[in-house]
Write a protein that binds this ligand. Structure first.
Ligand SMILES: Cc1ncc(COP(=O)(O)O)c(C=O)c1O
Length: 446
């Protein structure tokens, strides 16, 4: 194929200008694409998507689905406000290295993030993925203690936590599928859940969970931790909802022991949990806040590491450059910043956090009755994240597959099934998610 014909095909058209042949598209994928986090036996081309609009997507055969599987799409697909902002920035200034200069979108986005937080959170470092954001947070915490002249290394995390796929991040998780040959890249104390995941959201689980963290924090008086790093909702670790008061209690423990609190809000920020940030549910502030997915609604990759001024200011003491020795040439990419600013406009203008709270509660009310029926052991959630836990991972996989057959795309963290629709979904769409889930559960029982 010559360059011109290849270009036409890349625009979604065949050489003759017609719709691409689904078999050809799938065969190309099977031949050339190495899919992330997938067994080699899995054929991901089975579901090959062609386009999206609002909370729906269509595959290359023209089949329509409600997308309740994408973690990033807080404001849906093809939102005109975001598309227009991205196009405008692409034509104006598509890149410049923030280690050499600045540009307006980076300043506007950092300012916008700080406007959601108290004034001590004026500084944000931009990177390109949630993984990079968490790794940067760990590097920053390490630097903070080094600059104070009291080096610390140990990190306390949930054993079931997931913080990304770089070498440092993989050491932070105790999940078997995340383990790797270089573990541990740094000393980590993993905290196991004191009760099964389905029981953790109950108020009576708070005391044993906080005691487990207290033991981990105080495990070795000669080796105090540099940071506690947690997600406000364990996503990959099984759709685990933490008991009310946990973040508040944890932040008090951190204050009492002088430990930095890093919150991984890569998934939970920007409306998903019914607030701009999940930590605002308990009026808790971390020392370092990492956000990503919903920040740009998945339109262009970006992550933000927003830090307390007192953490930032210690970096004047860095012995080599007197600042942070971390970043990427694409950090704070102007198009990503423009996508994020437009996404945040949508989150604010369309009241997406309030909508997530309202529709999420409705879904839980309606589907709560499934708990204890057939293979369903628990129904829980937070904001617009609905979790249906099943008796086994195989049962969960079966439910996801039946739902897909009915036109609903879901996620499957272990024994749980998660519905994570776009926050722009309307009441009718949310009722359809509930209808299809009920039908998929019922089909499994018959
Ligand atoms: C809580 C959390 N932290 C970190 C990450 C890693 O983000 P990324 O996949 O953008 O590297 C994820 C991804 O799912 C996540 O859910």
């Amino acid at each position: 194929m010559d360059a011109e014909r290849r270009h036409a095909a890349g625009n979604g058209e065949t050489e003759t200008g017609g719709a691409p042949d689904p078999d050809t598209v799938r065969a190309r994928d099977r031949r050339h694409v190495w899919h992330t986090w997938s067994p080699l036996s899995a054929d991901r081309s089975r579901l090959t998507l062609a386009r999206g609009r609002g909370y729906r997507v269509w595959d290359i055969d023209g089949r329509e689905y409600i997308d309740a599987a994408s973690l990033n799409t807080v404001c849906g697909y093809a939102h005109p406000h975001v598309a227009e902002a991205v196009g405008r920035q692409l034509g104006r200034l598509h890149q410049f290295d923030l280690s050499l200069a600045s540009h307006e979108p980076a300043g506007l986005l950092a300012e916008r993030l700080s406007s959601y937080l108290p004034e001590q959170f004026a500084k944000t470092l931009f990177v390109n993925s949630g993984s990079e954001g968490i790794e940067a947070a760990v590097v920053i915490a390490d630097g903070y203690w080094a600059h104070l002249g009291r080096p610390r290394r140990r990190v306390v995390t949930f054993a079931r936590g997931y913080h990304g796929s770089t070498v440092i991040n993989r050491s932070l998780s105790g999940l078997p599928r995340v383990r790797h040959a270089f573990s541990p890249a740094l000393p980590v104390t993993h905290v196991d859940l004191p009760v099964p995941p389905g029981e953790l959201h109950r108020p009576e689980s708070l005391a044993p969970l906080l005691s487990a963290f207290e033991r981990a924090l105080c495990a070795d008086a000669d080796d105090p931790p540099m940071a506690v790093l947690v997600e406000p909702f364990l996503n990959v670790g099984g759709g685990v909802v933490l008991p009310p008061g946990f973040l508040k209690g944890l932040s008090e423990l951190c204050a009492a022991t002088g430990t930095l609190l890093i919150l991984d809000e890569v998934f939970t920020a920007f409306g998903r949990t019914g607030r701009m940030f999940a930590c605002q549910r308990e009026e808790v502030l971390p020392d370092i806040l990492v956000t990503s997915k919903g920040l740009s609604g998945g339109y262009v990759p970006i992550a933000a590491v927003t830090v307390h001024q007192r953490v930032h200011d210690t970096f004047r003491a860095d012995p080599v450059i007197g600042g942070l020795r971390y970043g990427h040439t694409t950090s704070g990419h102007p198009v990503a910043c423009a996508a994020a600013l437009a996404t945040l406009d949508v989150v604010e203008r369309e009241g997406l956090a309030e909508r997530a709270e309202r529709l999420g509660a409705r879904l839980r009310d309606r589907l709560g009755a499934l708990a204890g029926t057939g293979e369903v052991t628990d129904v829980r959630g937070l904001g617009l994240v609905l979790v249906v836990e099943l008796s086994s991972a195989e049962a969960a996989a079966g439910l996801v597959s039946r739902a897909e057959g009915l036109g609903l795309l879901l996620r499957q963290p272990g024994e749980a099934v998660m519905a994570v629709p776009s926050l722009t979904i309307d009441e009718e769409g949310a009722e359809t998610v509930a209808d299809l889930l009920e039908q998929a559960v019922a089909k499994g029982a018959s």
